[in-house]
Write a protein that binds this ligand. Structure first.
Ligand code: BGC
Length: 467
């Protein structure tokens, strides 16, 4: 008997994992688009005679598209469903890939990259949210973070793809290789769309739409019949208590949830991760490293990011989100200050700088990388989860745009030492914010988390209580 129910649990867990892995292919697209440009931009600069400003714009216009995509993802997914919007995002991403690969002038290229970015804005917002809505509380952290794992795999894998493509004659590299790098994005894009047809719509969204029978069927496949009924009940109770209007977010209880989501999103970026992800070779150039060493160092960064993301997956449901964020912020601050001091010294040691940049990346990978996307997907009420998550996601992408656009200017303006100290100060703020405001969500169902906001701030306003 016990053996039988164990087997059934394993089957359900297998299905949940499979569905999460399919959704996480969206993370692969995110990672692909983040790093493909680093291999393409040099050749494009030669072909299109780009000045520094245009080069920066060609790299960062993706994040502008992502801000737009994130903004629309919320409203549209609350209305039309999570799954449908993910399929649309795969399509938009694929169009952007082909368009940027075929572009013959910069305006077309930038437009295509912004279109691709819109797809990334949607997937980055909705993949964590979708996985959070289908996962059992006990493993939700790990399952949602599969998305971050896919982002990181995408970032590292594309680096090797770029290298393999860019091995032709210099003339071919300049005119054609970068087109393949960007255009091949259509493969994961189309794969994502096809795979999505095998996964169910989110049961929480179905229930919100009043489709209890489909919601129950999906819950049964995800958790088994007994568990499914209890869950549906809980989801239903929660939804009845909620209002569907975004104004709910500005009432005292959920206002804190909004602050947590938005501020964590901004902190994930202003602590400097993408200064390193997008500009690692230029940073190492500042330490006097040669071109080959710069490339090797970039590969090592990718590997460290990958290994520590896997460690985080293992820890996230065990030690919890808050502990990881605190450890991460502390170690990030210390390593950023050391990197700053090294750059400030008369003869900076490139070895020490590399070491502490790696420590920083490792600390980010166990904490702010996966945990921020996870917490953003967990803390909002079901009826407005899409729109609320999107607000946090827009803030995150806008901060990403600001950092990636201003980093080269900061580097040549105030210099690397002060720039890294600034990121260090942001990491201290991240520590203080986490310890004082961020709640622990480990092991609690989405409905329990929602009730927690009410209890914490005594906002269980009469109109929100079940009658
Ligand atoms: C961040 C990205 C970053 C990536 C690096 C993600 O969580 O949102 O901006 O490039 O982690 O691994």
């Amino acid at each position: 008997m016990e053996q039988q129910s164990l087997n059934r649990d394993q089957i359900h867990m297998g299905f949940v994992t499979l569905v999460s892995v399919v959704a996480a292919v969206g993370g692969l697209l995110f990672g692909y688009d983040t790093s493909v440009i680093s291999g393409a931009i040099g050749f494009m600069q030669t072909l299109f005679h780009l000045n520094d400003f245009m080069k920066g714009w060609a790299v960062s216009c993706l994040t502008v598209g992502a801000v737009i995509g994130a903004a629309f993802a919320g409203f549209l997914s609350d209305r039309f469903g999570r799954k449908k919007m993910l399929v649309v995002a795969g399509l938009i991403f694929s169009i952007g890939s082909i368009g940027s690969g075929l572009a013959n002038e910069m305006t077309v290229f930038v437009t295509a990259r912004i279109i691709g970015g819109i797809g990334i804005g949607v997937t980055s917002t909705l993949v964590p949210l979708y996985i959070a809505e289908i996962s059992p509380a006990k493993f939700r952290g790990r399952l949602v973070s599969l998305n971050q794992l896919a982002v990181v795999i995408g970032i590292s894998a594309i680096y090797f793809v770029n290298r393999a493509i860019a091995s032709g004659p210099p003339e071919w590299d300049i005119t054609t290789s970068w087109r393949w790098m960007l255009g091949l994005g259509i493969i994961p894009g189309v794969l994502f769309m096809i795979l999505l047809f095998t996964v169910p719509e989110s049961p929480r969204w179905l229930q919100k739409q009043g489709d209890s029978s489909r919601a129950l069927r999906v819950l049964e496949r995800l958790n088994g019949p007994t568990e499914a009924k209890a869950q549906l009940e809980e989801i239903n109770e929660s939804i009845k208590r909620e209002t569907g209007s975004l104004a709910a977010l500005f009432r005292p209880g959920f206002r804190i949830a909004l602050v947590v989501g938005v501020v964590l999103g901004i902190l994930q970026q202003v602590t400097g991760i993408n200064a390193i992800m997008y500009y690692a070779p230029s940073i190492f150039q500042n330490t006097g490293a040669g071109t080959n060493a710069q490339l090797t160092e970039t590969v090592i960064i990718g590997l460290v990011n990958l290994v520590f993301t896997i460690i985080s997956l293992w820890l996230i449901d065990r030690v919890g989100r808050k502990v990881l964020l605190l450890i991460g912020a502390a170690v990030m601050a210390i390593s950023l200050f050391i990197v700053g001091f090294e750059f400030n010294s008369a003869s900076p040691s490139s070895m020490l700088i590399l070491t502490f940049i790696l420590v920083f990346v490792a600390a980010f990978a166990i904490s702010f990388g996966p945990v921020v996307w996870l917490v953003i997907s967990e803390i909002f009420p079901t009826r407005i989860r899409g729109r609320a998550t999107a607000i946090a996601s827009v803030a995150l992408w806008a901060a990403d745009y600001l950092v990636s656009q201003s980093f080269p200017v900061l580097l040549s303006g105030v210099g690397p030492a002060k720039t890294f100290w600034m990121f260090g100060v942001m990491s201290i703020l991240a520590f203080v914010f986490t310890i004082s405001v961020v709640p622990e969500t480990k092991g609690r169902s989405l409905e329990e988390i929602e009730r927690g906001w009410g209890r914490k701030t005594r906002i269980n306003h009469p109109e929100h209580r079940p009658k």
